[in-house]
Design a protein around this ligand. Sequence first.
Ligand SMILES: Cc1cc2nc3c(=O)[nH]c(=O)nc-3n(C[C@H](O)[C@H](O)[C@H](O)COP(=O)(O)O)c2cc1C
Ligand code: SF4
Length: 434
Amino acid sequence: MATLTVTQNFGKGACDLGVYRSLGGYASLGPRLFDLSQFELIDLVSRSGLRGRGGAGFPTGMKWSFVPRNSGKPVYLVVNADEGEPGTFKDHVLMLEDPHRLIEGMLICGWALGVRTAYIYVRGEFLPAIEALNRALKQAYDAGILGENIQGTGYSLDIYVHRGAGAYICGEETALINSLEGYKGQPRLKPPFPAVSGAWASPTCVNNVETLMALPWILENGPAAYQALGTPKSGGTKVFSVSGDVKRPGVYEVPMGTPLMELLESKDLCQGIVGELKGVIPGGSSSPVLLAEEARKANLDYEALAALKTMLGSGAVIAFNTTRNAVGMLASLTRFYAHESCGQCTPCREGTGYADRILKSVVAGKGRDGDLEHMLDLAANFSYTTICPLAIADAWPIENFIGKFRPEFEKAVSANPGHASPRMDDDFRPGAFW
Ligand SMILES: Cc1cc2nc3c(=O)[nH]c(=O)nc-3n(C[C@H](O)[C@H](O)[C@H](O)COP(=O)(O)O)c2cc1C
Ligand code: SF4
């Protein structure tokens, strides 16, 4: 049985404080944590190899080291529990199953950074998770685990749950901070980075739910033990949300470096593909798609997936079989990104919408010669020209789906008897295809 560092309490009723404690929870709240200086704790987390589990994989200890301690301003911790990317649903389940582990992780991070006030920014639709968090917070306050002078240490921490309003872009850390402050959820230009100037222009650490939930295990077992669970450059374990054409979709934790096909086929995990595998999106909807033969060679760690020109991202694996149509899949993804563009940057606002309308037209049997080149040109133009990476998150699927399944796209275009006649602007009038 593989070692679990984040999901070991699943199915054990750990939402309850007494149960969480009986399973070894909050053991770090004593000399194990409070005897460490802030610098020792940051060093320990750096040595564990833990990298942010929200998508970018930035080393957690390094991120913490950027937070200034003597700025004269409060330091905030904001947990990113927005989780709006298609295919990603691990944080929702983590909060439902083990909310106290998140609180314990926040206390560890809070001690490392001198945080007095922390927020959990949760996707608004996650009502059961919000209830579980609020119940767990009340239990923790009642037991003196949160609030003033925690366990006589002189350290105080308050945690607030903040509900988002259902915009995917509010998962981007600076849009999230704007939304938390009560402004429109639109990304900010960086620099300054949140670590230096985030919420209310104060130093702010934004970390993903899973990142913080790995901390209690790391403190208990030591950084070397955590690092050793994974590969030399991708330490520890990773929680994956697996959906699509697998026999048992769900949330699974495996060591970094595990072969992708083991996750999909093992009888203890997804139990195999339904039908014949056609491809896999390995790390959330924006990650470049892998063909079946590429998926068979892939390992689940940052470096192995980068070598296949894709990424681990948030760990959202979407497997699809040969009955799935690549044109329809890309149309669905592009619709999502066009809908979720916050509209600040012209290349993203106009480009994702234009690509969406072209794809809708192709799906409706009204494709024209040149549509594929047009979409690739659009994708190239809205990559790296915008404030945040949402536009690139649409460009990558466009480039990769068309690149890897081109005959399907060509067939869809040529299904229109009039495909050779030029496209008129009128084709894209609002409402033409939806
Ligand atoms: C469009 C967009 C959406 C994002 N959504 C999420 C999200 O739902 N959850 C998350 O943790 N990170 C999300 N991120 C990444 C965050 O900006 C940030 O890097 C992350 O929360 C940092 O935490 P980590 O270092 O623990 O991964 C998103 C980024 C972008 C560009
Ligand atoms: S890239 Fe898109 S989502 Fe990001 S800030 Fe610009 S318009 Fe908004």
